[in-house]
Design a protein. Structure first.
Length: 185
């Protein structure tokens, strides 16, 4: 059975979009980085992985994105309005502006960082045991001893796997829990 074609968000706020990128985008991204594991997959598998990657981005970042969705009926979080990436906000040192770039992401695009993150996560789906990026959580193991092997897990650490490269890539587009501004008065 063939897998249905991807419905890629084109910047208009589609009500039925199920992916941030198409296979061509993912192929080019991974080919440029020499990720041969991705290039060896068949197209149906790539479609499934792109959908799972998009779902992961939606689950993890949906409530953290800056700004607002452009329409009430769009199925994905992007496109958005009112988004000024963190690294482009005004930064003042003392009374003199260090730089003053204040641009807003247009409400009819999916930022390239979101597309790259989707491509990265699509490849990571292939490396997961059950092809799950966000598996169900189990009780935290405080200590486990099997023969001579003794494992103790650090307390207060997340029980789930974090994808730091994706979080860093998307950082300018998500709300920060700590806000630090230098005001000039």
């Amino acid at each position: 059975m063939a897998v249905a074609d991807l419905i890629v968000e084109d910047g208009t706020g589609l009500s039925n979009a199920d992916a941030y990128i198409d296979i061509d985008y993912a192929n080019t991204y991974h080919e440029n980085l020499g990720n041969n594991d991705w290039l060896g997959l068949d197209d149906d598998t790539k479609k499934i992985y792109i959908r799972r990657a998009t779902d992961y981005l939606e689950q993890v970042y949906r409530s953290s994105w800056k700004g607002s969705r452009t329409t009430a009926v769009q199925s994905l979080s992007w496109p958005r309005i009112g988004v000024t990436p963190e690294d482009e906000k005004n930064l003042y040192l003392g009374y003199r502006p260090y730089y003053s770039f204040n641009y807003e992401v247009l409400g009819k695009v999916v930022p390239d960082a979101v597309k790259k993150a989707c491509a990265i996560m699509a490849l990571k789906v292939d490396s997961q045991d059950d092809n799950e990026l966000a598996p169900d959580l189990e009780r935290e193991i405080l200590r486990e001893k099997v023969g001579p092997i003794d494992t103790t897990y650090a307390p207060y650490m997340p029980e789930y796997k974090r994808y730091r490269s994706v979080s860093m890539l998307l950082r300018p587009y998500v709300e920060s829990s700590i806000s630090f501004r230098i005001n000039s008065r």
